[in-house]
Ligand binder design. Structure first.
Ligand code: XIL
Length: 299
């Protein structure tokens, strides 16, 4: 196969990219994205601040720009993200307690209703665990509404769109030896045991010199899959874009039956949120980098 999406499809997987609404007018960007990828995640346009800028007033203009571009070009869409401590609109940042809990449910219901039946996977909850060795939940206004906020979000999401796969998504959960990984693993195991609706776990996989790819990544993916959930690599970028590391990530996904697919977090290095790390598969001129060929060969 000659594109990433077509190559991934040979094993029933997808290869996606984060797409920025503001770049859809850039023809070099859209021609690469349309050619190479068969799944799309909105980089920012489906987040809470973008979709509900005032309480109860939903705005899907940028979200629909990305969504419609994807669907019109035959791509599936990953929804990102419904409940998160970051990129909250000002009104939500100032809420707490039962009022915030209800606002979270209303937000999930409002956004999922708009895309009902049209989103393959939703990142329902993003980044709820703390960094470091504590294995604790991250402190946030959502966490302070009560430890059950995550399962509340998943139950709300299941009722809002029963056809979407519901994912928990996080970073620094790829190294099996890390406390944060084990804490998320324990939560997912508990959810499965108690019947809390969760279908998938997303591994952001923003690899850099402080949190590099580790060869136990495959063990992590398989261990989560063995709990009875799908896994996905949701925001892949690698500082320096080592071809070997990119190929390792692809091989690890392919080795795990329940690995649904891979999404890279941007198209060209100049589109990346970490552009100084040149972490992506295309350079700023739209040329394929060595990492691109390594990924295509591995798929
Ligand atoms: C990033 C976007 O790439 C940036 O454009 C934005 O300024 C901040 O958010 N984890 C996530 C993503 O789940 O939503 C983040 O995306 C990167 C880290």
């Amino acid at each position: 196969e000659s594109t990433l999406g077509a190559a991934a499809a040979q094993s029933g997987r997808y290869f996606g990219a984060a797409i920025a609404a503001g770049r859809l007018g850039d023809s070099q960007y859209t021609s690469i994205a349309n050619r190479e990828f068969n799944s799309v995640t909105a980089e920012n346009a489906m987040k809470i601040d973008a979709t509900e800028p005032q309480r109860g007033q939903f705005n899907f203009s940028n979200a629909d720009r990305v969504f419609n571009w994807a669907v019109q070009n035959g791509k599936q869409v990953r929804g990102h993200t419904l409940a998160w401590h970051s990129q909250q609109p000002g009104w939500m940042q100032s809420l707490s307690g039962g009022d915030l809990r209800q606002a979270m449910r209303d937000h999930i219901n409002g956004v999922m209703a708009h895309y009902k039946g049209r989103i393959a996977e939703w990142d329902v909850v993003n980044e709820a665990f703390a960094d470091g060795g504590s294995g604790a939940r991250r402190d946030s206004n959502l966490q302070r509404t009560g430890n059950d906020w995550i399962e509340d979000a998943f139950r709300t999401a299941r009722a809002a769109d029963p056809d979407a796969k519901l994912c928990y998504n996080d970073y620094n959960t790829d190294n099996w030896d890390w406390a944060k990984t084990q804490a998320v693993y324990a939560m997912v195991r508990d959810f499965k045991q108690r019947g809390v609706p969760i279908d998938c776990v997303g591994f952001q996989s923003h690899f850099n010199n402080n949190s590099p790819y580790n060869s136990n990544y495959r063990t992590t993916l398989q261990s989560f899959a063995d709990l009875g959930v799908d896994v996905a690599i949701t925001e892949l970028d690698i500082q320096g874009a080592s071809p070997t590391t990119y190929a390792n990530v692809v091989n690890d996904c392919l080795a795990v039956d329940r690995c649904l697919g891979i999404t890279v977090w941007g198209v060209r290095d100049t589109d990346s949120w970490r552009s100084e790390q040149t972490p992506l598969l295309f350079d700023g001129n739209g040329n394929k980098k060595p990492a691109y060929n390594a990924v295509l060969d591995a798929l």
